[in-house]
Design a protein around this ligand. Structure first.
Ligand SMILES: Cc1cc2nc3c(=O)[nH]c(=O)nc-3n(C[C@H](O)[C@H](O)[C@H](O)COP(=O)(O)O)c2cc1C
Length: 361
């Protein structure tokens, strides 16, 4: 798929978001339920990652110190640069949450304005914010003024095709001091269906004066990244589902951008080792019991990528202890790499997204 490599765009200087300089132009997009400290550290280790962002967290829940929220905020010195993504519609809560994060050394705060799920939209947060321009711009301005660290926004193109408001918001956000915009090239109405609209992302790039715009949506490899840069003029790219399918994507894209050549794809052994490190970190983060439960959500990606066969898959999705995990890994290793193993086409991987009528999400 990527044998005909496109010439990468040239950038004179590294990507900067306010006072923070990023090590690469390829960011890990937040994926609630997955982009916790365990995954972030495991992906960072592979190289090429710019900025990572936490799962979205409710501003009110931060202030109330809810234990689940505190777990989502877990990080460590190696987990940098990191943005914490907050959502909510109460201005005072959003400002206080941003200050709380700043006081604890967080280097960037990202405001979620794209989440389409009912639980978030019902609060007036997430993509519902796209429906109240004046109130939303006021809220963002207040958050920006309440902290010294850079504040960024992640949003969609608009509520639906009749309301493609992202360029308008992007310009207004820049005027009130937002340091960067990440734009997912779909509307709220679209959910995760249909194609990403690159011309919609381009309009956002064109709407701002000087802040970076990070394009997002459906980037799975170099060809997609090349198209994203070329057709939108964006300054960086955020990758979500493609990174779960292929955590080496950052290293590959960063190498392509710097040298014109992709870094090597992962071998079977590297995939297995990555799974072990991810498991270890989930257990370190949440303890053995909950770490195993977290791992179950991702177990089938690994068994599919490693082609372990159904019997091992059925046990790995029920993993309940470290000993059991180690036993299964030992069996996978004993069976060894399948003779005709090749890295699956990452497009075949399925990360579940909300489905059904959008009003029910
Ligand atoms: C399971 C899942 C969880 C997500 N959680 C968040 C989130 O917490 N915050 C957010 O801004 N976007 C969230 N998104 C949207 C992604 O960050 C991203 O915008 C979208 O998946 C498109 O990019 P991709 O094609 O590279 O995955 C989520 C998407 C998925 C599939």
């Amino acid at each position: 798929m990527e044998s005909r490599l496109t010439t990468p765009p040239h950038f004179d200087s590294p990507l900067r978001i306010g006072s923070v300089t990023l090590p690469s132009r390829f960011n890990l997009a937040p994926l609630a339920g997955y982009t916790n400290v365990a995954l972030r550290l495991s992906v960072r280790e592979l190289g090429g990652l710019g900025l990572a962002t936490t799962d979205l967290v409710n501003a009110r829940a931060i202030l109330e110190g809810k234990s689940k929220t505190m777990e989502l905020l877990a990080t460590c010195p190696g987990d940098q640069p990191l943005a914490v993504q907050i959502f909510g519609s109460n201005v005072d809560d959003m400002c206080a949450a941003a200050q709380w994060l700043q006081d604890r050394g967080v280097s960037l705060v990202d405001i979620n304005m794209g989440c389409p799920v009912r639980k978030v939209v019902r609060t007036g947060g997430g993509s519902a914010m796209l429906c109240d321009p004046a109130g939303t711009i006021r809220l963002v301005e207040r958050v920006v003024r309440s902290v010294a660290i850079p504040v960024t926004v992640k949003m969609r193109l608009g509520w639906d095709d009749e309301n493609l408001t992202a360029p308008y918001f992007a310009r207004a956000f820049e005027e009130v001091g937002v340091a960067a915009i990440t734009i997912h090239g779909r509307t709220r109405e679209q959910g995760f269906s249909g194609k990403v609209k690159l011309d919609g992302i381009r309009r956002v790039v064109e709407a701002v004066e000087s802040i970076p715009v990070i394009g997002n949506g459906d980037v799975r490899g170099i060809a997609d990244a090349a198209r994203m840069f070329e057709e939108t003029g964006c300054h960086g790219i955020a990758i979500g589902r493609g990174a779960l399918a292929n955590p080496w994507i950052f290293r590959q894209l960063d190498s392509w951008l710097r040298t014109g050549k992709s870094a090597a794809r992962a071998s079977w052994g590297e995939r297995l080792a990555f799974m072990e490190r991810h498991f270890d970190r989930l257990v370190e983060w949440r303890g053995e019991h909950f770490g195993c439960l977290q791992f179950r959500r991702v177990a089938t990606w690994y068994t599919k990528a490693l082609r372990t066969g159904k019997a091992i898959q059925q046990r790995l999705v029920m993993v309940s202890s470290r000993a059991m995990f180690e036993q299964i890994v030992e069996e996978i290793r004993q069976r060894g790499e399948p003779a005709d193993w090749a890295e699956r086409d990452v497009l075949e991987f399925h990360v579940s997204v909300p489905s059904g009528p959008i009003a029910h999400w």
